[in-house]
Write a protein that binds this ligand. Sequence first.
Ligand SMILES: [Zn+2]
Length: 412
Amino acid sequence: MKLKIDQRRLSAEIEMLAAISDAEPPAVTRIVFTPADLRARAWMISRCEEAGLAVRQDAIGNIFARWTGANPAAPAVGTGSHIDAIPNAGKYDGVVGVLGGLEAIRALQRSGFRPSNSIELLVFATEEPTRFGIGCLGSRLLSGTLSAEAAAKLKDRDGQTVDEVRRKAGLNGNLQDVKLAKSYYKTFVELHIEQGPLLERAQVSLGIVKSIAAPASLRISVEGSGGHAGGVLMPDRKDALCAAAELILAIENAARSSGAVDSVATVGVCDVFPGAVNSIPSRVGITLDIRDTDLARRDGAMKSIERAVETISKKRGVVIQTELINADAPAECAPEVRTALAESCREHGFPFLEMVSRAYHDSLFLSRIAAAGMLFIPCRNGYSHRPDEYAAPDDIARGTLVLAKSLAKLSS
Ligand SMILES: [Zn+2]
């Protein structure tokens, strides 16, 4: 089998998709089910159809593009990622796995290879948490990690439910039907940029993921009491922002003091009410994102944050409420996928690193229903989720080649 990646076409497609965006280039903004995202999805579907793939969408908007194998009843070999993008993002997060996955399939078609198991490209819907506050909504539903009832009720910032938004986008199916049977996929492989600096530092252009870190997130509201910035004296204050500030530092400390580099905690949102220069903040909303490769360690850090919540609310006379958005377990990548990736690298003489994915991906959830794994390529300075995110065309092509080879092995 002579496999050749059309690097020029792949690079051109990455640029074309980046142009379908709500931000000034080079930034990309593509929030799920906005007009830009819907245009991008339609463009993606037409590319898949051009490649002769049979395309279908489910009720949450996951797109499946299938190259039917000689044994169509056998479980499929899946690959894919996402094309939605957070505000002011880059061109490569998710996109490399989708367009690289499509090019891997086209390269296999051109080589004359004929799969036994069907090979399917999966474009996950609403991977980014921007709109509905929870990441990987599409793959959570596919894997049954989140129930259809719970998903339907999630709301965006304008108060529209998932159900309303998806129906407006023309997705009228039943959310109950999104969940896949465990026999649907034999294996699943996701190609992705690393979103960290380790491959670049090691000057190795491929990473085979061993495990994916366990994420959890909380919404926290702090209720104090407002008042005039001049009139209310300091001993009488219940400043919600000062209480939130103390809590944010306690959150930082919970991750720093765990003793492991894999423990990370972030507060990335802080809404202050009423948000006026001469008014004491009466209410603050923050979000907590906490991750670890070790579930017990992550849960330990969450416990220490809970204790801080109690201490701070007592000390400052404020009411702090926490709402758990998600608390997921980590995943080990499947040995058969790791082996196929490693063999493919070796056959081409490409060195690789074995590594941990500290970001989480749709593969974390696919691993609940299929043997799943991931292949990383470097991104410059480890930058991601910013407009200067960059992956070199050679690295993208190399990752795509290893992906194609691995899909061939897994579907033979
Ligand atoms: Zn991604």
